[in-house]
Design a protein around this ligand. Sequence first.
Ligand SMILES: *Cc1c(COP(=O)(O)O)cnc(C)c1O
Length: 361
Amino acid sequence: MSLFRPAIERMAGYTPGEQPQDSGWIKLNTNENPYPPSPAVLKALHATVDSGRLHLYPDPLAKAFRQAAAEVFQVDPDWILPGNGSDEVLTILTRTFVDPGQSTVYPYPSYILYETLADIQDAGSTRWLLNPDWSFNWSTAGNVLESAKLVFIPNPNSPSGNRWSDSDILRAIPPSGMLVLDEAYGDFADSPHRGELLRQPRGERIVITRTFSKSYSLAGIRFGFAIAHPDVIAGMQKAKDSYNCDALSLAAATAAMRDQNWMQANVAKIRATRARLAESLTQLGFAVTPSQTNFIWCTYPGRPHRDLYDALKSRKILVRYMKFPGVDWAPDGILDGLRISIGTDDEINGLLTALRHILSQ
Ligand SMILES: *Cc1c(COP(=O)(O)O)cnc(C)c1O
């Protein structure tokens, strides 16, 4: 007899990308930023330690952070809700809006964590199969969106790196639910959004989530946040732990948010490296999907992707091998390929040198 809830017993659990703890790797598998965070972040962390206040709970309302984020997104602070990574914000959203037995939807292939969150909640999760060019399939949308309480859309998308238009996003708001716009990669896009969709008609049905793990170089800190209409934020507030963000991560995120120039300089470097990598991969014979993110999705016609992944790993280069069953337009119904994070120029040179070797063998 199992002591677990049946929903937990049944589920497989999410498998994050590998995080080797030894050095010497070129790590291009989990879309971390290769550049350091703003020096202001380190100063804020030191100041927090030196303040002698670590014996006290942090500000449960995160006032300083909300103020900083509100200025950047041009909303009032009550439009902002911080979380312990944007993954926690997604958890809070599921707890807030979805009862057991109700349904969630996400475009597929995309971020599989959405399915895990629904599993934990004992809710349904429907894969809204994308077209081969990664556009939305509007012929199935009516059916799929009909009963959804939450629709999760990562925009730009992972693993493909494409970004859907605002009109596509607005059209995907479910008739009796909320749309979660996961903008984990929003800062890497051509003209980054700053919450404009929330000010559209029906914008009160959208929650935008953002993370410090990618563009702000703070994956180790665990910090993300939601932006939404204050009524939505107030509801989510009830479903979160009082002290879900600790004093150190709050200080770090506030300082990072206040140094937009630093973040944008890193984003510019990554976008330049991304263009170079896309071109080099194409020259090597890869099919490359144009990317609005800090990674590139590519496929190679002549060699199993799993073998390329293994050959790179044996050279201490980690990329993400990804495999999506249930894609009816892919060979044997399985879409697979490599998702390569944009590293420093040196790291990308190392990757390209290794790939040239591997492909010439
Ligand atoms: C990386 C990523 C996140 C996770 O962000 P954290 O703030 O590190 O939890 C969320 N959504 C997508 C699509 C991501 O790729």
